[in-house]
Design a protein around this ligand. Sequence first.
Ligand SMILES: *Cc1c(COP(=O)(O)O)cnc(C)c1O
Length: 221
Amino acid sequence: MSIAEKITGLRAALPQHVELIAVSKTYPPSAVLEAYRAGQRAFGENRPQELVEKYHALPKDIRWHQIGGLQSNKVKYIAPFVAMIHSVESAKLLDVIQKEAVKNDRTIDVLLEIRIAREASKHGWSEKDLVDYLQTGAYRNLNSVRFRGLMGVATHTEDQETIRAEFTRLHELFVRLGNEYFDRDFDTLSMGMTSDYPIAVSCGSTMVRIGSYIFGARNYL
Ligand SMILES: *Cc1c(COP(=O)(O)O)cnc(C)c1O
């Protein structure tokens, strides 16, 4: 199947309320363009440098999502154009995003990444640390950051029940935090990738990040 056929098939299979982010990290601009010609407009990258390079090389109506771990000192490179940052995992990073958003005279959409997986290597806030932070109320001063929801990466495992339990828990947290701390803008739950997106969708995902299914196996440098 071609990239275009994969995109079209996924679009047809996903419920209307679930947005597809095509994860193009490590793939060349030509692959992005092929997906673009099939109508795809939202793409995800995990390295800011690659995001910036592709932004400059490709059509300007693409919405670029930063999905991977982000160092504070890299925010300035993507702040002028990024559509959404999925991987916000500290108060410090939020403060930097606020500052860069003001400098660029824009509002930046963010998701708070929650560590739901068992692997110690995975990024994100613990539920407790995030609730502690929200209770300080400091986030309310970040006028140029729009809190859109949560993001999570499940444990890399064949065990479907583990994955389902992690996604279910993330969905519960999403609903609870939305009710207690945020307004109607808090409408996005980014969970699910190539290996687990059907489970994620059945657990309430509103945004899936799919790379290798669309573009083929990645060659990491
Ligand atoms: C690479 C990546 C994806 C996409 O993974 P695939 O298995 O290729 O679909 C999704 N989310 C994050 C955070 C990633 O880094």
